[in-house]
Write a protein that binds this ligand. Structure first.
Ligand code: FE2
Length: 454
């Protein structure tokens, strides 16, 4: 460019940018960004990079009995197991973990006050319990609720502050976690939430009839221990709801906006945890969809089917890795007000049901924009004929799993759908990952089409 006048240079840059924008429609994102950002020195208004973050994972039948060895590798002396009363009273899982830890001279306490879809008051109780002693390791043992509660106890006992400070806006202040937390070991006893791999924890605020989350890289567990044997006692309804949650994690991760179509972050440090779909998360999502399509009906109909339980357990973690990096979007954003408003009616809607109930309508809406990916989902779920649409397949799954027939059957009235749509619109962190622009009218349309499904 040496020797060009500034006006000529501006003109040259304009032509280059216009050409590159046109080319970007037809060639790979890698090419456009290499050319646009490096060769020509231009800065484009979209992102050009993604992170993929994971946790060390140990998988195997009976591997829970090795937890003492695994925890001792973190030089732990005092550990706190965060679990729920049902698991402690009705299974041998907690006892087995305590015994393995004690064998390695780790002093263990157990707090069993975890609630399903944990409320902020239950978590505050856990934080108060954990403050009584100086623990150097937190173990989340149970479903996603136990692991999420363990993450938040770990956070607030390490960096205490007002409870809402770390929650995402508009409910909280969205403060970043100041630094690393104590080692957190996640042992999921359900196969669905993927919380063992993610940097997110979700809390229910019953008085506000809404769920909100904390999202920060420091929340991610230090180790995930996956033992399919601990899932054998999972009740049939929990198998269904958590399994559909895992399926929706994979499907939503697969259909988020691409990492190279997202707006560029203001600074490198502000690139969000959810980076958008990318080749790594796509491969993981495809694998999880295939496994869940094959094994969820089997795990539901026979809880002692070891192959099905093992496959669902690893599939849920694979889906967790996909959505924990790519993100989720419309169905998860809608799930929070659906579950929150249902509490008012005295109905506790499991997260997996709240998410999947709007899936058929959402996928029907997205099909024209994501023809290839939506077609792939149908294929991976085992439907090789092109005349079966993906939303029909999801409805078929819901029938097999004895799900209610739409929002009407969990007690909603048509007049309440507008409020659900407006509350879902507050989930900006999730809706920013949608492959299409979302407004209140679009959400209302999805909710109306989810009122009666079949
Ligand atoms: Fe979920």
């Amino acid at each position: 460019m040496k020797g060009l006048s500034s006006i000529t240079q501006i003109y040259f840059n304009f032509i280059a940018l216009t050409t590159l924008s046109f080319i970007s429609l037809y060639i790979s994102p890698f090419s456009i960004h290499v050319c646009g950002n490096i060769m020509c020195g231009l800065s484009l208004p979209v992102d050009y990079a993604f992170w993929f973050r994971s946790v060390p994972i140990k998988f195997g039948l009976g591997v829970l009995k090795e937890i003492g060895y695994d925890v001792s590798k973190f030089a732990v002396k005092n550990a706190l197991i965060v679990t729920d009363n049902f698991l402690r009273e009705n299974t041998k899982v907690v006892e087995e973990a305590v015994s393995s830890l004690s064998e390695k001279n780790v002093v263990v306490d157990v707090w069993d006050g975890v609630e399903p879809e944990p409320s902020h008051s239950s978590i505050l109780n856990g934080i108060e319990f954990a403050k009584k002693k100086s623990y150097d390791c937190i173990i989340g043992l149970g479903g996603g609720s136990a692991i999420d509660t363990a993450k938040i106890i770990n956070l607030y006992t390490t960096y205490p502050t007002d409870f809402l400070d770390y929650f995402v806006q508009p409910l909280g202040k969205g403060l970043r976690v100041p630094g690393p937390l104590k080692p957190l070991i996640a042992v999921p006893t359900t196969s669905g939430t993927g919380s063992e791999t993610t940097s997110v924890a979700v809390v229910t605020f019953p008085e506000k009839k809404v769920k909100f989350g904390i999202s920060d890289d420091h929340l991610r567990p230090s180790l995930a221990i996956l033992d399919p044997l601990v899932t054998l006692t999972m009740p049939q309804k929990v198998t269904a709801a958590t399994g559909m949650d895992a399926l929706m994690h994979a499907i939503e991760a697969y259909t988020t906006i691409s990492y190279y179509a997202k707006p560029a972050p203001p600074t490198v440090a502000e690139r969000p945890v959810y980076c958008g779909s990318n080749p790594i998360t796509d491969a993981l999502a495809e694998s999880a969809i295939t496994l869940i399509g094959k094994f969820l009906p089997r795990a539901y109909s026979n809880g002692n089917d070891i192959e099905a339980r093992s496959s669902m357990h690893i599939a849920a973690t694979i889906a967790g890795l996909a959505f924990g990096n790519a993100g989720v979007h419309i169905c998860h954003a809608l799930s929070y007000p659906i579950a929150g408003e249902a509490i008012e009616k005295g109905v506790k809607v499991p997260h997996g049901l709240a998410v999947s109930i709007t899936a058929p309508a959402t996928l029907r809406l997205l099909t024209p924009y994501l023809v290839e990916k939506i077609g792939n989902i149908s294929y991976l779920l085992g439907f090789k004929e092109y005349d079966v649409e993906v939303w029909e397949i999801i409805i078929n799954f819901m029938k097999i799993l004895d799900f209610p027939n739409g929002l009407s059957e969990i007690g909603f009235r048509k007049s309440e759908l507008h409020v659900l749509a407006e509350k879902a619109l507050l989930q900006k962190r999730l809706l920013s990952m949608s492959p299409v622009h979302v407004n209140v009218k679009l959400l209302e349309r999805i909710l109306e089409e989810s009122f009666i499904l079949w």
